[in-house]
Design a binder for this molecule. Structure first.
Ligand SMILES: C[S@@+](CC[C@H](N)C(=O)[O-])C[C@H]1O[C@@H](n2cnc3c(N)ncnc32)[C@H](O)[C@@H]1O
Length: 292
């Protein structure tokens, strides 16, 4: 009965894919092009501009912070996602090169007319409205081709060598294993004085009313054994320590504490290590240095 209900809830076009996934015939971590193109979230043209301007506004309100400049910069974005994150903005604003590191990027999207002629065109129109017409659309597309480098493997497996002036990520580091080694590698790849801005999301990524549901009633090992390596469960202060120990001059700016709706009792593993404030911080910005 439950199986029938679940099947009824799945749109018919998805049945085949779900069955293939269950049978292990499909690499489920790589999103399908049609899912990306039909996602309001990913296709929202202003999404990445909105994120960056919001993060910079939060940083400016909480610590000394000068706006990030892309002009002439060599940029790396970790976990840039299915539509290449801030790459379009970086390229439009004159970066020299933009490396997108995402092991689950689906390159088929690049050949899809809807990506170039709809998504990128609308991003271009929006950026032109904000910053003026810096180039034609044709020029923008050829710069995307020339300047964006997609690295479809984890940072630790990549053979990147030249250093970056700017490192960005949006909701990536909570998914990274092993976190310490990856941050150390990122620091090795960061030019002296290089800037960074990373948004880390500490929730369970399950869309529950409390984003912390289920996280604190078991140890991280038990959670990972049950749910797989969806999130690494490092909390804000762990991520800050890892960045500092790697050599980054980092600050953590809390963004969105959310204790409301949490109705479980955390086990001592969590309460002995973290304050309530640390446990119920949903997102934070890890950033630095102030200018450059
Ligand atoms: C929550 S999504 C965010 C995507 C994008 N930044 C955005 O805001 O839409 C997390 C992204 O991190 C990527 N990812 C997961 N593990 C990673 C790793 N070890 N290194 C780099 N990217 C990773 C995933 O493929 C996914 O695209």
């Amino acid at each position: 009965m439950r199986l029938m209900k679940r099947l009824l809830e799945v749109p018919p076009k998805d049945w085949g894919r779900k069955v293939q996934a269950k049978l292990g015939l499909r690499q489920t971590d790589i999103p399908e092009v049609e899912d990306i193109l039909s996602s309001h979230k990913h296709m929202r043209t202003q999404r990445h501009y909105d994120f960056l301007s919001r993060y910079e506004a939060i940083l400016s309100a909480n610590c000394p912070w000068e706006p990030i400049r892309f002009e002439g910069k060599r940029v790396i974005e970790m976990g840039s996602g299915p539509v290449l994150g801030w790459a379009s903005m970086g390229v439009f604003l004159g970066c020299e090169e933009y490396f997108c590191v995402d092991p689950y990027f689906n390159p088929e999207i690049l050949e899809t007319p809807a990506y170039k002629d709809a998504y990128l065109l609308n991003v271009y129109k929006d950026l032109t409205a904000l910053y003026g017409q810096r180039m034609t659309f044709e020029e923008f597309l050829s710069r995307m081709d020339e300047r964006v480098v997609i690295v479809r493997e984890v940072l630790l497996d990549s053979n990147l060598e030249r250093k970056f002036d700017l490192a960005l990520s949006n909701s990536c580091f909570e998914h990274v294993f092993p976190l310490e080694e990856t941050v150390i590698r990122l620091h090795e790849l960061t030019a002296p004085g290089g800037r960074f801005l990373h948004l880390v999301d500490f929730g369970n990524h399950q869309g529950t009313k409390s984003p912390f549901k289920g996280l604190y009633t078991v140890t991280p090992e038990e959670r990972i054994a049950k749910h797989g390596r969806l999130v690494n469960l490092a909390r804000g202060k762990d991520v800050l320590r890892i960045f500092k120990e790697a050599g980054f001059e980092a600050v953590l700016v809390p963004y969105c504490p959310f204790p409301e709706f949490y109705d479980e009792t955390p086990i001592p593993y969590w309460t002995e290590r973290y304050t309530a404030e640390e446990l119920f911080l949903k997102t934070a910005l890890i950033a630095g240095p102030v200018s450059g």
